[in-house]
Design a protein around this ligand. Sequence first.
Ligand SMILES: [Zn+2]
Length: 103
Amino acid sequence: MNGPANPDPTRHPRWCDRNGCTARGEHRSAPRGADTNRPEAAIVELALTQSLHPAAQPMVSLTGIGGGAAVTLTLSVGQATAARYKLAVLIDEARTDNRHRWS
Ligand SMILES: [Zn+2]
């Protein structure tokens, strides 16, 4: 698949919220909170980002806010995909362990 030689950097990806991209230098989706409806030690927000550079790829931004500090990790889609599977395994292990303990 070949794109145009000079794609318009202001052309927004479908997932972009189209808000302040030029000033920020990147496209960004609306943040999605990982809410549990319970008190947690940190707030976690996920979003897609992509530099305005014509060859830029979408990235997954994971922001953790807690203890008066915020940390943002920017993962490639490949890293996020690997992390998704590792999270699923870890969550399954935690649930299995709790079933053994409490049943
Ligand atoms: Zn945009």
